[in-house]
Design a protein around this ligand. Structure first.
Ligand SMILES: Cc1ncc(COP(=O)(O)O)c(C=O)c1O
Length: 406
């Protein structure tokens, strides 16, 4: 009789990954094996407060009961048809998502990068068919320090050398201007411009919030120039900033929204391009697609996500607890924090490099029982599930204070 396989320890599992997994990530040394709500548990049973929430893919926390129930219900009926056939969940998902975001039509995809790629294709096609840009001349204006994903076209207009280097040749047709600079944007837009593609708040860059008026300016400028405003709300959207969409802080309605991450409820990858009929209407059968895009499981979970957002509860929580987060971080300025930017339950915290790198602080936080992740050297990004309680948030801030103290 063979002995039952022994469960491997965290250290053994981390070591086992080394020879068999591509090294495109440098995770914190924690091996998560279970989670509920705002908490995750590692292989040894240690519990951690999740202050990253899957980079906002877990806005509703881990295994939110309504989302798990929607997924289970759908798993028992129908999971995949491909778009060769209709499925009974897709129309409802598109109707609800369009209504939630104030748009007309939905193009369902899976990952965020696919939504961005799809948005680029749609904008180019719109430029040729509606705007009348000569063939193959369309340009898209983007912002420096952007993060829109990892495909070859998307890294073509990244300004992060680590993301680009070694992956050329690159896709042409993009112009990069500084973020939060309307004059530079104005100078870059011309008759070949199909779209301006920006993040309303730059997440990966360190939660960079543009000046009040920037998004309004982008809206006015793109309207005047006769090009599209495409807002990548993949990380900023769906409740994170205290609104359904971050553009709502300025009451702006872009022509095209790119959504992902939380749209899949932390269960399945679900993304979407959402836009006006004038724009998404340019696509005809055979011109774009995805085997898994709009599958019934994704549509059922996505619909349940939209239902949660329709209540307004998560946006409200993000707004209210955002005040606690900002106040807590203000108290840490001068105690290891040199500055921070925050909106809703989302913050980029710049730590004093003399105290440690972002990575070192994240590791200390992990030892304090809190999971967060550094970005760009000395910035730590905080983005807890929107279900976090005030007590948990205060406790996470206390742990941050301890981690900063060494
Ligand atoms: C603003 C933004 N766009 C696009 C993406 C890419 O999404 P995915 O990793 O699902 O391809 C991300 C991921 O972090 C993002 O933050």
């Amino acid at each position: 009789m063979t002995a039952p396989a022994r469960t491997r320890t965290s250290a053994e599992l981390i070591e086992a990954e080394e020879p068999v997994l591509a090294h495109n990530y440098h995770p914190l040394p924690v091996v998560v094996s279970g989670a509920e709500g705002t908490w995750v548990e590692d292989v040894e049973g240690r519990r951690y407060l999740d202050m990253l929430a899957g980079y906002s893919a877990l806005n509703f926390g881990h295994r939110h009961p309504a989302l798990i129930e929607a997924a289970h219900r759908q798993l028992d009926r129908l999971t995949l048809t491909s778009r060769a056939f209709h499925n009974d969940k897709l129309a409802g998902f598109a109707e609800r998502l369009a209504a939630l975001t104030g748009q007309d039509m939905v193009l369902p995809m899976n990952t965020g990068a696919e939504a961005v790629e799809s948005g680029i294709k749609v904008a180019r096609k719109w430029a040729y068919e509606v705007k009348g840009v000569p063939a193959d001349r369309a340009t898209i204006v983007v912002a420096a320090d952007n993060f829109h994903g990892r495909t070859t076209t998307i890294v073509s207009f990244s300004t992060d050398e680590t993301a680009r280097s070694g992956f050329g040749p690159f896709t042409p047709g993009f112009k990069v201007v500084p973020y939060n600079d309307l004059a530079a944007l104005e100078a870059a837009v011309d008759e070949t411009t199909a779209a301006v593609l920006i993040e309303p708040i730059q997440g990966e860059a360190g939660v960079i919030i543009p000046d009040e008026g920037y998004l309004t300016g982008v809206r006015e400028l793109t309207r005047r120039a006769g090009c599209l405003f495409v807002a990548d709300e993949i990380q900023s959207g769906l409740g994170r900033t205290g609104r359904t969409l971050a553009v709502e802080h300025e009451g702006v309605v872009p022509d095209v929204l790119l959504l992902g991450k939380a749209l899949g409820g932390g269960i399945v990858p679900v993304s979407a391009v959402v836009g006006s009929r004038d724009v998404l209407g340019v696509l005809r059968p055979g011109e774009h697609g995805s085997t898994f895009g709009g599958n019934p499981l994704a549509a059922a979970v996505g619909t349940a996500v939209v239902e949660l957002l329709e209540t307004g509860e998560f946006q409200r929580r993000a707004e209210e607890l955002g005040t606690v987060l900002r106040e807590g971080l203000s108290e840490l300025v001068g105690k290891g924090v040199v500055g921070f930017r925050a909106r809703g339950l989302w913050a980029g915290v710049d730590v004093d490099p003399a105290i440690g790198t972002g990575r070192e602080i994240s590791e200390r936080l992990m030892r304090e029982g809190v999971l967060a992740k550094d970005t760009h050297g000395s910035t730590i990004r905080l983005a807890p599930p929107l279900t976090i309680t005030e007590e948990e948030l205060r406790s996470a801030l206390g742990s941050l204070e301890k981690a900063l103290a060494g």
